[in-house]
Design a binder for this molecule. Structure first.
Ligand code: P6P
Length: 341
């Protein structure tokens, strides 16, 4: 019997469109356009020094971070790819202060696309995996020039979300609300091929991901939670834990999607004015959607991330996501602490 032919992203999306009414041709086109843009970004990232695009761009973004040349290039690739298709009303990006409307010369669609074009870009110059994160929302009826407030919808309203991870292989991880699926870029074919359908995150784990250098700045329940992980089998958790921290959210989340774990970026006093480091609209929300569709959980330490009502396009939140049982344990430390106040 001949081996089953690999399922391309295009075939997968057509089959999903047949199976689920809310997946229409415009959404299918949107995902294919974003996937094609991620292929172009993968090629640019893989050139490294040979591409002349390493190092800083000499500009800063709305986050106050120095932009890498590849941040700016990746942002431009995504904007140009999505301008002409007629599927979008507008885009918002970590790299742009304000949303970008679709140019008037092109038809406008009913979707809003938000992205972090190159997450973890501070890792590029040291050749560590980076990625692109994206989120898809519906544009409110009658809005043709979407403003920031039109993007500020709870993560539970997302119609699709995904990330590309530019690692030893380039992967596209995607959810349209019916499971989380992994596609691997076949560089000979030049297309993404389905390699894992309906991924499930193990409910329990012995692995946590956090930047321990911030420990002295955390709230008391966070200190206690991590202390008890570090106490291992002789402590209250009764088992030893391992730690990983890549400092590329896409890489850390993909590891957790693959073998379980908990990823935490909690609030800390380093910059007490900010509610967290990671951005809600184009980091936390898409990753939360992907993780929940794979059977995991995602909270702010006090509530479900997808239920947060956004108040600003670039707002930040604390993030606890991954193996459902471990996220419940970590969140309970915070809720118990709050209840005792
Ligand atoms: P730190 C990358 O800048 C990022 O936004 C995420 O990809 C990553 O998880 C986090 O910040 C790393 O933060 O403080 O460890 O450098």
């Amino acid at each position: 019997m001949s081996p089953t032919r690999p399922i391309s992203l295009t075939r997968f999306l057509i089959e999903e469109q047949r199976a689920h009414q809310h997946i229409n041709a415009d959404l299918r086109l949107l995902i294919e356009v974003v996937a094609r843009a991620c292929k172009s970004i993968s090629i640019a990232v893989a050139k490294g020094d040979l591409g002349g695009v390493l190092g800083e761009a000499g500009s800063g973004n709305v986050q106050g971070e120095a932009q890498q040349k590849l941040d700016v290039l990746s942002n431009e690739i995504l904007l140009e790819a999505n301008a002409w298709g007629g599927h979008l009303a507008g885009c918002a990006s970590e790299e742009m202060d304000d949303p970008q409307p679709i140019p008037d010369v092109y038809p406008k669609g009913n979707y809003l696309l938000l992205f972090d074009p190159l997450d973890g870009s501070s890792n590029i110059d040291v050749n560590i995996s980076v990625g692109t994160i994206f989120s898809v929302l519906r544009c409110p009826d009658g809005v043709t020039e979407p403003k920031a407030e039109h993007f500020c919808q709870p993560g539970s309203t997302q119609v699709a979300a995904g990330y590309a991870v530019y690692g030893p292989s380039t992967l596209l991880v995607l959810t349209l609300g019916h499971g989380t699926h992994v596609f691997t870029l076949d560089r000979e074919l030049g297309s993404f091929v389905l390699t894992r359908r309906d991924v499930r995150i193990p409910a329990q784990t012995r692995e946590f991901a956090i930047n321990m250098s911030n420990q002295r700045h955390w709230e008391a329940p966070m200190q206690r939670y991590i202390d008890e992980l570090l106490a291992g089998k002789s402590g209250p958790r009764g088992k030893d834990f391992n730690m990983r921290w890549v400092a590329s959210m896409v890489a850390d989340v993909h590891r957790i999607l693959t073998r379980g774990g908990i990823f935490i970026y909690p609030w800390d006093r380093k910059d007490a004015s900010k509610p967290g480091k990671l951005r809600l609209m184009y980091e936390a929300n898409p990753m939360a959607f992907i993780v929940e569709q794979a059977g995991g959980k995602a909270t702010t330490g006090r509530g479900r991330i997808l239920d947060v009502q956004p108040t600003a396009l670039h707002q930040r939140v604390p993030v606890f996501l991954g193996s459902a049982d471990e996220v419940d344990v970590a969140t309970a430390y915070h809720r118990d602490h709050d209840a005792a106040q």
